[in-house]
Design a protein around this ligand. Structure first.
Ligand SMILES: Cc1cc2nc3c(=O)[nH]c(=O)nc-3n(C[C@H](O)[C@H](O)[C@H](O)COP(=O)(O)OP(=O)(O)OC[C@H]3O[C@@H](n4cnc5c(N)ncnc54)[C@H](O)[C@@H]3O)c2cc1C
Length: 472
């Protein structure tokens, strides 16, 4: 058994772990980075980047399909192998950068194998190395969740981890789930000519929480996609690789064969293999209880970062948490609290869904201002005119506190709003900002004017900020 002693052991070489390690190094402390799988991170290998590459291909196909609206007559011939080849080639390029930079770290400080606690300050890696550490950062990420009912046919299922390895597009695909990952991947495959059907035992579609927008999201996606909501489907293997789905709906007993089944029904933190009972930590649903501003677990020398935390499963949050956890592990016990960023979440569907600041669900007494994208100038120009934006403001202070939206390219409007909320802008201050014409951002101005009226601060606004223009 190889025995090592370090100041900080970091478990997981994903985005959170790599950022944590960097902070420990900056602090001049000795570190060990432990990774059980391949280098490259979930984001680059099987997450953010390959999913957006697939969506980029789907966008190209969707643009050709929409082209006749503009008098441009074109026909798309889809080469499934070429689609998947580009996804993989570009994905490998992104992953390659991360793999190379990780491999450039000193080999003697990188340990390959699965880490578990044998005592609060001691880790065993497989059965070859034991690391004694003054502090530990757990950055083990998460994995796709497979419902119990599907566990016995796991080898027939695709998870988001497998899907980018497909050599060709399947002819048909059943998708379990209608959350962000399910919608992004499922809609992309549908636009690439795959017959896709979604199944969800509940009615949720996407991540928005404002009841009006939730209903609109369901309607918009149901127009394009085959959604079976409130339905429990069973799967049995058929043929050498396909599956038969059976379910019951208002039309009675249904049965259909699919060439592939994608399970995208949420993710679970990677905690089971860590033997956390030996770490002496308080757990809530298996995850160590921790402070989001210090990432410290209780008063221990163990810190958590990234998707393993079970909340904010987003790339920029994983990076931030890694930095906070790494810096605090290095200076333990003199830890410091960090201010977290205003939250922002985007689903890269079409139309996009986004939440900036607090979601509607978490807000108490608020007013909202809204704008429809069904007839918004620029959205109509692009023939992408559908959706709605709601901006939430706090009565009294008139500060912007959150927003939810479904609409074309909402990633940009969501950023503007997240930045405005972060700088504690009031609705009048936001209305003083320039709005270029004709842009999708003019929809934001419409929503802000509506909010100013509802918050009764119209008289405090300058007339020129309230004038209805051509891009309202
Ligand atoms: C399909 C998909 C699309 C996504 N799209 C977006 C997006 O558009 N925007 C966005 O912001 N986020 C997106 N995300 C989320 C984002 O990818 C994650 O939030 C982020 O990558 C999490 O980083 P992490 O460091 O916590 O985990 P990871 O990168 O998963 O790193 C954890 C590492 O720990 C290792 N490990 C686990 N257990 C052990 C152990 N016991 N011992 C040693 N090593 C261990 C694992 O092998 C892994 O390498 C997406 C995710 C998916 C799956």
């Amino acid at each position: 058994m190889d025995r090592r002693e370090v100041d900080v052991a970091v478990i997981g070489a994903g985005t959170a772990g790599l950022n944590a390690r960097k902070e420990v190094e900056k602090a001049g402390k000795r570190w060990a980075l432990i990774e059980s799988g391949p280098y490259g991170t979930t984001c680059a290998r099987v997450g953010c980047m390959p999913s957006k590459l697939l969506i980029a291909a789907a966008d190209a196909a969707a643009a050709v399909k929409r082209a006749p609206v503009f008098g441009v007559l074109a026909e798309a011939t889809l080469d499934g192998r070429a689609v998947m080849r580009r996804v993989r080639e570009e994905r490998d390029r992104f992953t390659g950068f991360v793999v190379r930079s990780t491999e450039e770290l000193p080999a003697e400080q990188r340990i390959t194998g699965r880490a578990r606690f044998v005592a609060p300050n001691r880790l065993r890696i497989d059965d070859h190395t034991e690391v004694a550490a003054r502090a530990v950062v757990i950055a083990t990420g998460s994995r796709p969740f497979v419902p119990e009912s599907l566990a016995s046919i796991r080898d027939r299922l695709l998870l988001s981890d497998d899907v980018f390895e497909l050599e060709d597009l399947p002819a048909s695909l059943a998708v379990f789930g209608t959350g962000i990952i399910a919608l992004e991947l499922g809609q992309a495959f549908a636009r690439l000519g795959v017959r896709v059907a979604f199944f969800n035992p509940n009615e949720a579609v996407g991540m928005l929480t404002d009841p009006e927008l939730v209903a609109q999201t369901r309607t918009i996606f149901a127009e394009e996609l085959e959604l079976h909501l409130g339905v429990e489907a069973t799967v049995t293997p058929s043929g050498s690789r396909g599956a038969t789905l059976r379910w019951r709906d208002e039309r009675g007993e249904r049965r259909e064969d699919f060439e592939a089944v994608l399970v995208a029904a949420g993710r679970r933190p990677n905690v089971e293999a860590l033997d956390l009972d030996r770490a002496g930590l308080e757990l809530a649903e298996g995850v160590p209880v921790h402070d989001e501003r210090t990432m410290q677990c209780g008063r221990s020398a163990v810190f958590l970062a990234g998707d393993v935390c079970g909340h904010r499963p987003l790339l920029h949050e994983a990076a931030d948490e890694g930095r906070i956890a790494g810096a605090n592990a290095a200076r333990f016990p003199a830890i410091e609290a960090s201010e977290r960023r205003i939250s922002i979440t985007v689903a890269f569907t079409d139309p996009q869904l986004a939440i900036a600041g607090a979601p509607h669900r978490d807000l108490g007494a608020i007013e909202f201002g809204e704008a429809s994208y069904d007839d918004q100038g620029r959205a109509r120009v692009m023939a992408e005119n559908r959706g709605r934006l709601r901006v939430y403001g706090e009565p009294g202070s008139c500060r912007l506190v959150g927003a939810e939206m479904i609409g074309p390219r909402m990633e940009h409007v969501a950023h503007l709003l997240a930045w405005s909320i972060a700088t504690e802008m009031t609705v009048e201050e936001a209305l003083r900002m320039p709005f270029y014409h004709p842009t999708l951002e003019e929809g934001l101005r419409t929503a802000l004017r509506d909010l100013a009226r509802k918050l009764r601060v119209i008289e405090r606004c300058r007339p020129e900020d309230l004038a209805e223009g051509p891009g309202a």
